[in-house]
Design a protein. Structure first.
Lengths: 276, 407
């Protein structure tokens, strides 16, 4: 089947080496600095709070949002993370998850609204989302390192690529799902497009959007291990060390901590979605 | 000036409406256009006007374009061509701001499946129309409370729509439409989703509400009985076009074509037709000044055994039978002393269904009297023929009628 010679590899490398890096390095450095500052702020804030206080806070939130079961689970999970001495790693992972979720949702929800209301936007965005979701994550980890260096920043960027599509899709779905008659009623009484969006379409879409936020958060967490390969600190790093030194026990210790975080974050965001 | 005036309103769904419009101008049928171009004629040159305070019903089967038509009236659907005038202002030519203002101030709408906002309380649903106009919270909620009370939903302010039954939800829908003080109510199959008993109740309430508030109502339904019950005038739609407009009686008596005739065949006429529709001018009438001989001769002329006696200005005096007249003649008793007074009288608006019961108990034909004037008489046969055939065939039965009348 080799009829043409298509040197995508050379083209891409040429483009990256000779144009992208020299011309945009300053720009990406600035973004990188901002993101790093943001992540550091979140991390140091959470590390500043005594672990006991933070666990109690999480237990209370879990209780309010979901109930006794989750509250108990959060308490046991807190003791487990303390017992295996992975507290600061957990905080680092949670920081990356929080920051990437904020960015993914902050960009994903408005884009989702746009695609729900505008067919052209939908046609443009849809293939991009498909691309983001199906491209193997390692492929964009490489340019992420080139542009943002090593550490938690490229991890957040890679996570953003990986975790934004559900936020966009679910927002779009939620808005398009609003019953036709409710939309008509709102229009018939003289709503402007903005009033329709803010007073009817968005409130009705909240449960679906929250399901998207939940998905985004879970995907971010699952990215934590992969992102440790490009130097992201946290629980992923612990697991990676376990893998590279064939230390099954260390791998399991880190892995269990990730599971604990995943369950708590998942249940809390799910019940917020259900309540609204 | 009409409250709503619709002229040649047309909606064609599809990719090239102007092409469909051209075919329509050439007089092609809806099905033909669909086959040829794949486009659907939603509404085909509908023209009608609704007067202030009128209850105007648009009736048609599903797919006849009635729901599209009502959505064209407030431009929820953009018309392909034609004009809509609300209070003389051309809605089709309005910019967005004017259109929104017209919807806010003049047009309330009620939906088949209620269209309530599920995430808001009943109070906030009813206040929605005022909220988007920027009315202050206390003011709009006070108004909403008042209308909720009017529709009998006091105490449900803080409930959510899903907690209410269908009938109650539709009351909320009506309250929401009333809160804006719009003169015009557009009601799209408003009662079609309700069960029959609630539906009847809501129909009656709507009628009394309208007579109290004097709203102009454009009501869509697929149910002929509902249309006949509610409508001052009814428009019947078929394939996107209006085939006939008229009062219930007019449509029942003079269906414009086979389609309408087919429709009205099974209607319970006894509820629609009134005494004035089936009564006859009494042919044998004498004035109270006529003497015995005159009375007897008049009865002999038409072969009747009784005669109605009226005074000045057709004032109804009573009934005179031939036996009494002959007896009175022989014994020289004045006619006015032997008139039968206890003839049953009904006002001209009495529904036929009530006349049936009265007729069973009555020995003589029923008289239709308004302001003491004899307007006409109704025999059992006129009731029956009215029930079965409507009014138009009644003349053929005239001989039969007078026979029974004079029994």
């Amino acid at each position: 089947m080799n009829y043409f010679d298509l040197p995508i590899e050379d083209y891409t490398n040429n483009f990256v080496d000779n144009w992208l890096l020299p011309n945009t390095a300053g720009f990406f450095d600035k973004i990188s600095d901002m993101l790093r500052a943001f992540i550091d702020m979140v991390t140091s804030f959470m590390l500043f709070i005594p672990a006991e206080v933070l666990v109690i806070l999480i237990v209370i939130v879990a209780w309010k949002a979901s109930g006794k079961g989750l509250a108990l689970f959060a308490l046991i999970g807190g003791f487990y993370i303390g017992a295996v001495d992975l507290w600061s790693e957990s905080i680092q992972t949670v920081s990356i998850v929080i920051v990437s979720t904020i960015i993914s949702v902050g960009i994903g929800v408005p884009v989702g609204i746009l695609t729900a209301l505008n067919k052209t936007a939908d046609r443009i965005v849809r293939p991009i989302l498909d691309f983001m979701q199906t491209l193997p994550s390692f492929v964009y980890l490489i340019p992420a390192i080139l542009l943002f260096g090593l550490g938690s920043v490229p991890a957040v960027i890679a996570t953003f690529v990986f975790a934004t599509p559900p936020a966009v899709r679910m927002t779009s779905l939620g808005i398009r799902q609003a019953p036709e008659e409710v939309i008509e009623a709102s229009k018939a009484f003289g709503s402007t497009k903005w009033q329709l969006l803010l007073k009817v379409q968005l409130p009705l879409a909240v449960p679906t959007i929250m399901a998207g936020v939940n998905q985004t958060m879970m995907l971010s967490l699952s990215m934590a291990v992969i992102a440790s390969m490009i130097g992201a600190p946290g629980l992923g790093d612990t697991v990676l060390t376990g893998i590279s030194t064939v230390n099954v026990g260390l791998g399991l210790t880190g892995g269990l901590a990730i599971v604990v975080l995943a369950i708590i974050l998942d249940r809390i965001t799910q019940s917020i979605g259900k309540k609204s | 000036m009409s409250k709503i005036e619709v002229k040649d309103l047309t909606k064609i769904f599809g990719s090239h409406p102007s092409q469909g419009m051209k075919l329509l101008e050439e007089g092609r049928e809806k099905s033909e256009i669909l086959k040829k171009t794949g486009m659907t004629v939603g509404v085909n040159k509908a023209t009608f006007s609704v007067e202030e305070g009128e209850f105007f019903v648009i009736m048609g089967l599903s797919g006849s374009g009635k729901s599209t038509l009502i959505r064209l009236v407030n431009r929820l659907i953009e018309p392909t061509s034609g004009e809509i005038l609300i209070d003389g202002e051309n809605l089709t030519k309005m910019n967005t701001t004017d259109l929104l203002n017209t919807r806010r101030k003049k047009l309330g709408m009620v939906f088949q499946n209620f269209g309530l906002l599920p995430h808001r309380t009943i109070l906030s649903n009813v206040a929605y129309g005022l909220e988007i106009q920027g009315v202050k919270k206390e003011e709009r909620e006070a108004k909403a409370r008042k209308t909720l009370e009017d529709v009998g939903l006091k105490g449900y302010e803080d409930s959510y729509p899903t907690e209410l039954s269908g009938g109650m939800q539709q009351r909320v829908g009506i309250a929401r439409a009333l809160t804006n003080d719009a003169d015009i109510l557009l009601m799209d199959e408003a009662f079609s989703a309700l069960d029959p008993i609630i539906r009847k109740e809501m129909q009656n309430e709507l009628i009394s509400l309208q007579s109290k508030l004097g709203k102009t109502i454009l009501f869509i339904t697929h149910d002929l009985d509902e249309a006949l019950k509610l409508g001052d005038r009814i428009a019947i739609m078929k394939d996107g076009a209006i085939v006939q407009i008229g009062s219930a009686e007019h449509i029942l008596e003079n269906p414009a074509d086979d389609y309408v005739a087919d429709f009205v065949r099974d209607v319970d006429r006894s509820k629609i037709l009134e005494a004035s529709h089936v009564m006859k001018r009494p042919e044998v009438v004498m004035t109270h000044k006529d003497g015995h001989r005159m009375a007897i001769r008049k009865m002999e002329e038409v072969g009747a055994s009784s005669i109605f006696v009226v005074g000045k200005d057709d004032e109804f005096k009573g009934l005179l039978t031939i036996d009494d007249a002959i007896k009175a003649y022989k014994e020289d008793i004045p006619l006015k002393d032997i008139l039968i007074q206890d003839v049953l009288s009904v006002p001209p608006t009495t529904p036929l269904s009530e006349l049936i019961e009265i007729a069973v108990d009555s020995k003589y034909p029923i008289t239709v009297v308004e302001d003491n004037k004899l307007l006409g008489i109704i025999s059992r046969v006129s009731i029956l023929s009215g029930l079965v055939l409507g009014k138009e065939v009644e003349n053929d039965l005239e001989t039969e009628t007078s026979e029974v009348m004079s029994r």
